[in-house]
Design a protein around this ligand. Structure first.
Ligand code: G6P
Length: 370
């Protein structure tokens, strides 16, 4: 096991650190940024049906469900196909309405999650195309879906999912761009520009891992004593807030909630005091000014703010206790960079609290029973 950890203390840390490589593998042979093309062999046979879909229903659990929420944003933005994201466990018991031209897309790292598998079977029973975005090759979900795309992220051992999440988002981005192209929504120039941005992500993740590591560890030292934490983000970074909160609660047992930043005033703001860290994703995109107003509201109530923003933004220095910088990418791909500090932060907080990072209490890597 020590050898498998590659010299690191924990699988989770190893898996966080190997994300540049895992994402390069998830794009290898698929993303051709220089030519401006994207090829997904696993979808070739079903492409006509997929591109004519009236609606895509994404089903998943846990972290994979968060990746699905990012996928919804990406597919709607690039391909203009309406997407719904369902917890697989809810989908299976709601007698879901599935029409002929709907497509069910499931996301699963293990390919063995019972509820997600049930969604595949339900789709097939309804005569609807069932696609999988799966990491484990040959797993039950990979076998039972009509077609799909593997992550090629390599085995993930740590119970808290890290590299599978970013690889899932990378694959969903490729599906969204491919559909955008075949449906005639994206121009060749837009496609190429986005593929170039995607191809740069592994290097940019490496920059975050190298340049922000020390700062994140120092923030973890302060955060380790917290009892609650609030994670806020908007748009494509809202699922990152959910994922940040999930990572913290899973492995450090600190209660954490993720919310869309603007919803803060409908509840969570009541909880804010100087003991509660509030973690914002505040990159300079369309709703940046509104997020800054939310940060001001938190500061005015004595809350301490940790903000993730894009490199070179000095606008939060006087407001936030800590500012973590990630490189600029296309707005749509920001989750691939903004989630990295949250993964590292949870890891360090959990280690400092003496928690068993790779095997958190009561959790399983793969939930194969209901
Ligand atoms: C469990 C794991 C999570 C994972 C979820 C879905 O809860 O602890 O890390 O996100 O199952 O698993 P899947 O293998 O379907 O992605």
């Amino acid at each position: 096991e020590e050898i498998e950890k590659g010299g690191y203390d924990h699988f989770m840390y190893k898996e966080i650190m190997e994300q540049p490589e895992a994402l390069a593998n998830a794009m290898r042979g698929r993303v051709h940024a220089d030519e401006g093309t994207v090829k997904l062999g696993g979808l070739e046979d079903v492409m006509k049906q997929l591109e004519a879909a009236d609606r895509i229903v994404i089903c998943a659990c846990g972290t994979s469900w968060h990746a699905g929420l990012v996928g919804e944003y990406l597919i709607e933005r690039f391909a203009r196909i309406p997407v719904e994201v369902e917890y697989a466990s809810e989908f299976r018991y709601r007698d879901p309405i599935l029409n002929e031209n709907d497509v069910v897309l499931v996301i699963s790292q293990s390919g063995e999650t019972a509820d997600t598998l049930a969604a595949v079977r339900q789709a097939k029973e309804a005569g609807v195309l069932a696609l999988g975005v799966v990491n484990a090759v040959g797993s039950t979900i990979a076998r039972e879906t009509d077609a799909g795309v593997y992550l090629h992220a390599g085995p993930e051992i740590g119970v808290a999912s890290t590299k599978a999440f970013t690889a899932q988002v990378t694959v969903l981005a490729q599906i969204a761009l491919l559909l955008g192209k075949t449906r005639g929504v994206l121009s060749d120039a837009d496609l190429k520009e986005n593929l170039e941005a995607l191809a740069k992500i592994p290097t940019q993740i490496r920059e975050v891992l190298e340049q922000q590591a020390e700062k994140i560890e120092a923030i973890a030292r302060e955060m380790r004593l917290a009892q609650n934490a609030l994670y806020l983000g908007r748009g494509v970074n809202f699922p990152v807030a959910l994922e940040g909160a999930l990572k913290l609660k899973e492995i450090s047992y600190i209660h954490a909630e993720g919310y869309p930043a603007a919803e803060m005033k409908h509840g969570p703001i009541a909880l804010i005091d100087r003991f509660m860290p509030v973690l914002f994703v505040a990159t300079r995109e369309a709703t940046y000014d509104k997020v800054v107003s939310n940060i001001e509201e938190v500061v005015a109530r004595g809350g301490s703010v940790i903000a993730i923003t894009d490199t070179g933004n000095r606008g939060l220095d006087d407001l936030a206790e800590h500012v973590i910088e990630v490189p600029k990418t296309s707005d749509a791909f920001e989750p691939l960079l903004t989630v990295i500090p949250f993964q590292l932060l949870s890891y360090h907080v959990a280690v400092m609290r003496g928690c068993d990072v790779d095997m958190p209490r009561n959790l399983a890597k793969s939930v194969t029973v209901e």
